[in-house]
Design a protein around this ligand. Sequence first.
Ligand code: GDP
Ligand code: MN
Ligand code: MN
Ligand code: MN
Length: 248
Amino acid sequence: MHLFAVDGLPEITAGDDLAALIDARVDFEDGDVLCVASTVVSKAEGRSYDYADFEAGERAQDIAARLESITGEEKDPRFAQAVIEESEELILEAPFILAVTTFGHITVNAGIDRSNVPGGDLLLLPEDPSASAERLSEALGVPVVVTDTSGRPFRYGQRGVAVGWAGIPASRDWRGEHDRDGRELGVTVQSVVDELAGAANLVAGEGDGGTPAVVVRDWEFGDHGGSENLFREEEDDIVREALRDWEF
Ligand code: GDP
Ligand code: MN
Ligand code: MN
Ligand code: MN
């Protein structure tokens, strides 16, 4: 398995044809998977906004005031408003905003990013990252994973996760296969797109490196069943349920 960054991509702005910019810089081979940072997908899709684009309602003002008193840092209620508008639900309002985005991904601040966004205050995640992946995949002829850098419960540090994907199942099902002791695997479903996203994020970096697109080569999904979804359904997410009931 090889991973390499696509070199020489320019600063992406609204309306750019991201697929064409990538295609001009890579000779794709059969079996390649493209991982691309949500940041550039969002920029191309015009998801960059200013604080002034959001008018803070009562809930956003309450959240900002609460976060300000907890953290001692100044919080702009318009940021909280943007998070509310991008979310189906806020699981936690404090000590940080844990949101279910409109497309079902659970993450802090609905994934709204303030790094690597020249000329804008806020960069929202793509409206529907799997639809974005689908468009890129159709244009490029390879499977596409849209990634974001995200924190992890129970652990310090961040890693890449998949927020959208197309042309590849989300996960690889090992159930029914056997371990080295002959035991049948009962629960193992490997979230392949997250693992690819993690590897790609390592190559893409976080600073001003300018390598948001990473090609995965010589890797195979293999002969396994797959499933399409990664986002746990509400009814079997006990962590979500526990956090909802938790009062900070
Ligand atoms: P995220 O993980 O999706 O939030 O994306 P990051 O903001 O961490 O950026 C990932 C990588 O893409 C970093 O190496 C950035 O320097 C790079 N990057 C971000 N925006 C652009 C852009 O518009 N053009 C190029 N060439 N690189 C970018
Ligand atoms: Mn991000
Ligand atoms: Mn990142
Ligand atoms: Mn193991």
